[in-house]
Design a protein around this ligand. Structure first.
Ligand SMILES: [Zn+2]
Length: 328
C-alpha cells in the first residue's frame, strides 16, 4: 500500500510540475499569440533571438570595385541585398517567419547598418520580417509606399509600426524620379506612378539600380498596370537584369514590358512547392521565347549576382524554364 501511495504522490508531483511549466509558457508567449502571431513564428523568433545574441562579431564584408546583388532564399517571398563599397540596401525582408533568416544572413556578412531599407509594399511576404530586421540593425533611411490608410491590422504590421516608432527610424515615401546612391551605385525610383490602386501589389516601389554600365530592375510585386505606367513615365528602363514582378506570376511581366526592358537575365524569387504555382507556365514560356536566361531561388537557393560595371556573373548555374507546378 505504502509503495502505491508514494507512486501516486510522484505522479501528482510530475503533473503539478507540467502544469507550472505550461503556465509559464502561456504567460511568456501568450501576449504574442493574442496579437495574432502563430505558434511557429513565436518559436522561430525565440530561437533566432537566442542564436543571434550568442553570435560573435563577424568581420564586415566590403565589396570593392564590384556591386553584388544577393537574392536571399526566403521561400515564397522577397528579400534582396545590394552591396557596394561599405554601403548596403535591403529591399524587402521576407515573411514574419523568415525575418530571422534575413537577420542572420546580414550578420554573417558582418553588416550592422542598413543604409537604405525598402519595403516595396505592405504584404507579409515583403514586410512581414521587417520588424525583426529593424530591431537588429541601425537603419539609415526607410522607404515604403504611402498607402498607410489601407486597413492592415495584422500582428507583423503593427509590430513594424511599433519598432519604427521606438527606434525613431527616418521614414520616407519616395517620389518617382528621385535617386540616391549606395556606394558608387545609383538607385532610381521608377514606381508607383499613381496615388491610389485597387490592388496592393501595384503600390510596389520599383527600383532601377545602376553600377557602371550594368542596370538591374527590381520590380517588387508590380503588376501589368504598373508596368504600363512605367513604360509611359519616360524614365530609362532598359536593364541587363530584371527581378521579375510578383514571383513570376502572370499578373506581371507582360511581353511588351519585357521587350521594352530587354534584359539578358531574369531573377525569380519563389518558394519550391508554393501553392500559387509561381512562376507560371505563361511567364516561363515567354522568357524562353525571348531568350532571357533565368535564375530562380526555388531551384538554386540564394542567388548572388556580381558586376564590375560591365561583366555580370552569378554564383549558381542558370535555371530551367519549368513552371512552379512542374518543377515541384
Ligand atoms: Zn510577394
Amino acid at each position: 500500500m505504502a509503495k502505491r501511495k508514494s507512486k501516486k504522490r510522484k505522479q501528482e508531483l510530475i503533473l503539478k510540475l507540467v502544469i507550472v511549466v505550461v503556465l509559464i509558457l502561456i504567460s511568456y508567449f501568450g501576449y504574442e499569440f493574442t496579437q495574432g502571431a502563430n505558434f511557429f513564428d513565436v518559436i522561430n523568433n525565440a530561437v533566432a533571438s537566442l542564436s543571434t545574441s550568442n553570435r560573435q562579431q563577424v568581420e564586415r564584408k566590403i565589396v570593392n570595385g564590384v556591386m553584388e546583388v544577393h537574392t536571399i532564399d526566403v521561400g515564397q517571398a522577397d528579400s534582396i541585398l545590394v552591396m557596394q563599397e561599405d554601403q548596403v540596401m535591403l529591399v524587402d525582408c521576407g515573411t514574419r517567419a523568415k525575418g530571422s533568416t534575413v537577420v542572420n544572413y546580414l550578420k554573417q556578412l558582418g553588416i550592422d547598418k542598413i543604409d537604405v531599407l525598402v519595403g516595396t509594399h505592405f504584404h507579409d511576404d515583403h514586410i512581414g520580417g521587417m520588424a525583426e530586421v529593424i530591431r537588429n540593425f541601425e537603419i539609415g533611411t526607410l522607404y515604403t509606399p504611402n498607402n498607410l490608410e489601407e486597413e492592415i491590422t495584422t500582428y507583423w504590421y503593427l509590430d513594424f509600426l511599433d519598432v519604427v516608432d521606438e527606434k525613431n527610424v527616418n521614414w520616407v515615401f519616395p517620389e518617382v524620379g528621385t535617386s540616391f546612391s549606395i556606394g558608387d551605385a545609383n538607385v532610381q525610383i521608377i514606381a508607383p506612378n499613381a496615388k491610389k490602386y485597387k490592388n496592393m501589389n501595384n503600390y510596389s516601389i520599383v527600383l532601377m539600380v545602376t553600377y557602371g554600365e550594368s542596370d538591374i530592375l527590381l520590380m517588387g510585386d508590380a503588376e501589368n498596370l504598373s508596368e504600363e505606367e512605367i513604360m509611359n513615365n519616360g524614365l530609362f528602363i532598359d536593364a541587363d537584369v530584371i527581378k521579375l514582378g510578383h514571383h513570376g506570376s502572370d499578373t506581371s511581366s507582360s511581353e511588351k514590358f519585357l521587350k521594352e526592358v530587354n534584359p539578358q537575365y531574369a531573377i525569380i524569387s519563389a518558394g519550391k512547392g508554393n501553392t500559387y504555382h509561381h512562376p507560371t507556365k505563361t511567364v516561363m514560356e515567354r522568357l524562353k521565347k525571348l531568350g532571357i536566361v533565368v535564375y530562380r531561388t526555388d531551384e538554386s537557393g540564394t542567388i548572388i549576382m556580381t558586376t564590375n560595371g560591365n561583366n555580370i556573373s552569378f554564383n549558381v548555374e542558370a535555371g530551367d524554364y519549368l513552371s512552379g507546378d512542374k518543377l515541384n
